[in-house]
Design a protein around this ligand. Structure first.
Ligand code: UDP
Length: 326
């Protein structure tokens, strides 16, 4: 297939570009490099453009003859979305609408969307399956949910078929060591604990030890970026075979606490990690764990790197490079 990967220079997008090329697809990245990295592009073509630029999108699709689009380009910081919702609705929602309209104008009707567990808001039950009510509690989550609802409307009205993939906690790095996570600022737990291990930062903060969990720290479902990429390839197969739209939750189904992640980093790296206890972060539920049985049953998804130590080991190889410890 000829695939357009929007946000292909970012964390998950860059792993996807590499995986698509390895699977024999022709791949073109569209990115504005607002947060992505040029040296994260390991394969395929590049269109340097902004999703706000509808003319540029039109030109990209006129020249592209794409069979499907994967969309990874979005802002991801929940706290920032609360402070500046316009930025999130503009980038994550309005720009996605531009992309969808450009697809329609050029008769590209297959779309894989990077959604988030944030669409579910405060969990009413755990693990969270696809039938769980979706009441997001911050603008980031709402921007993702609004796209999902738009996709349902576009399916009915225009026959645009999509798969929305709700990632739980994406983590890890390219098992071959070529790619990894490079957010600036970094807010995610795994890379922050690894920075404390490598010496790039003095310590990691633990946001709350008084949650209703066995060790008092929050439980999350960490899923390897390579396994997320496999789900995207399977979503393309689904769209080719099934002529309908769907949404799937993607996680390990295993929860690990913040303390367990820190312990895993100490174990895998053999290094000390200094901890600073900090207050709870606003909006953090105690437990978020996916019920990903639908992705297994319908897509045939089989996460490979489900062991937390493997996720940490791959991310650690990447962090060593970033810290110059090679
Ligand atoms: N967390 C933490 N210290 C940090 C960053 C995160 O204790 O420096 C906690 C956070 O409160 C949450 C978990 O780690 O319970 C995962 O947070 P992250 O930001 O990685 O992902 P999220 O679950 O917010 O999508």
């Amino acid at each position: 297939m000829r695939l357009l990967v929007v946000g292909g220079a970012g964390y998950i997008g860059s792993h996807m570009v590499k995986r698509c090329a390895a699977a024999g697809h022709e791949v073109v990245t569209l990115d504005n490099f607002s947060t992505g990295h040029r040296d994260a592009l390991t394969a395929g073509g590049l269109i340097e453009a902004d999703l706000a630029d509808r003319d540029a999108l039109g030109r990209a699709f006129a020249a592209g003859r794409f069979d499907a689009v994967m969309h990874f380009a979005s802002f991801i910081q929940v706290a920032e979305s609360v402070r500046d919702p316009a930025r999130y609705y503009r980038n994550n929602y309005a720009n996605t609408l531009n992309l969808l309209e450009a697809m329609l104008a050029h008769r590209v009707r297959r779309f894989v969307f990077s959604s988030s567990a944030a669409v579910f808001g405060e969990p009413q039950r755990v693990p969270i399956d696809e039938a769980h009510p979706a009441y997001p509690i911050n603008p980031y989550g709402r921007s993702k949910r609004m796209v999902e609802e738009t996709l349902a409307d576009f399916d009915r009205a225009y026959g645009l078929r999509s798969v929305a993939l709700r990632y739980f906690n994406a983590a890890g790095a390219d098992p071959e060591g070529e790619l990894g996570e490079r957010h600036e600022p970094e807010t995610h737990l795994v890379p922050l604990v690894l920075r404390a291990a490598s010496g790039r930062s003095p310590a990691v903060s633990v946001f709350g030890r008084d949650y209703d969990t066995p060790d008092g720290t929050c439980i999350r479902d960490y899923i390897h970026v390579a396994d997320l990429c496999e789900a995207h390839l399977l979503a393309l197969d689904f769209l080719a075979a099934r002529d309908r739209s769907a949404a799937f939750n993607l996680g390990n189904g295993n929860g690990f606490s913040v303390q367990e992640v820190i312990d895993a980093v100490r174990r895998v790296t053999g290094r000390a990690v200094k901890i600073v206890d900090a207050p709870r972060r606003e909006g953090d539920p105690a437990r978020l764990v996916a019920d990903a049985r639908a992705a297994r049953a319908v897509l045939g998804w089989r996460p490979r790197y489900h062991a937390l130590d493997t996720i940490v080991a791959h991310a650690w190889a990447w962090e060593r490079r970033q810290a110059g410890l090679e």
